[in-house]
Design a protein around this ligand. Sequence first.
Ligand SMILES: Cc1cc2nc3c(=O)[nH]c(=O)nc-3n(C[C@H](O)[C@H](O)[C@H](O)COP(=O)(O)OP(=O)(O)OC[C@H]3O[C@@H](n4cnc5c(N)ncnc54)[C@H](O)[C@@H]3O)c2cc1C
Length: 350
Amino acid sequence: METILVLTHVDESGSALTKASLEAVTAGVELARQLSAALTIGILGPASAEAANSAAGAVAAPGARLLAVSGEAFAQPRYATDAAGCEALCRAAQASIVLAPGSSRFVRVAAGVAHRLGGFLDTHITSLSSNDCVDATRWFYRQRVEATISREARPWFLLLDAGTHAAFAAEPATAQVEAVDVTLPTTRTTVEGLRSPMRDAQTIRPDAQLLFVAGAGWTKKQPDGQIHVAEAGQLILAFLRLSGASLGSSKSLADQKAEGPGEEQSVLPFLSHMNQIGQTGATPRHAKGLSTCCHGEEPHVVGWRFVGERRAISLDQNCGWTRGKADVVYITDAFQVIAKVNELLQARRS
Ligand SMILES: Cc1cc2nc3c(=O)[nH]c(=O)nc-3n(C[C@H](O)[C@H](O)[C@H](O)COP(=O)(O)OP(=O)(O)OC[C@H]3O[C@@H](n4cnc5c(N)ncnc54)[C@H](O)[C@@H]3O)c2cc1C
């Protein structure tokens, strides 16, 4: 008989669970139902009744528990304290299966915690199912090979990829939280604060509804015989600011370097290989994707595998997108379209 623990943590506000944590709660509820297993949810955070209340609906069944480690030590991610907190939650829950979001906070500590518990860890899990045994799936080799993993060893830790489950949503209720004591280790790391890049500089936004992909066409000679890279940069950044979209890039564009002293700098300075989508790039999960000035070559499009509705803007009516790779293709000039869309988004905003 399995016992399932879902490890969760709060977001930067300290009063709500992260979206990825709520996705892990959904996975836990579904797996517990399939296995008729007891479900425990563990929360790591400074002290948050509100965060606990948002997960209360998941532990309404008899035997289900809600555990929390709290205190200022858990206000900020830090290996020593987070590992101690997660270890205490796991020992209190006595779980055979531990699910957790694959967030940077938990990715950092999960292997250490699994080791302390004498357990095993698998990462990048995209789905869970059970018949006689529990099966977990994950992708290998740039999302081309999907594997199904099952293990007899327990406790079994599974880090779930974000965007693979719906976020748990139930009416908040007053949660009965069991406080779990933690013996805090001596800490050598003091978190003094957070410095985040400006919203414009942070172009990779995994939670965005829309993926906006820029291709090399933005830097090519246009019908007037000139290149318009500065204008392209302004249009793309304005679109990202107004729409909140995440920025992706084709390899050809990410590879292009500006000439002169800043040779290591991309021709569009806000772009790096981190933005690259495809065979040798990322495979993000967004509800919608809009490709602009990109040809839709297969090695690029494999990175669109998990993108829901796909649209593309290209001047070339024979581009790859028109051959069944997009739902809608606009054969037109992306400079003009994006300028107009930005104008409309700006008007809607003001
Ligand atoms: C082993 C291997 C791995 C690869 N891995 C990747 C990968 O991971 N990711 C990746 O992206 N690529 C990858 N590639 C490269 C890939 O095959 C393509 O070469 C690349 O994606 C093409 O980039 P692009 O479409 O931006 O540029 P181009 O092929 O140059 O296309 C530019 C497009 O812009 C259009 N255009 C120009 N001006 C405008 C305008 N004003 N309005 C609208 N459209 C306009 C043109 O019509 C053209 O269709 C890989 C290739 C190989 C061999």
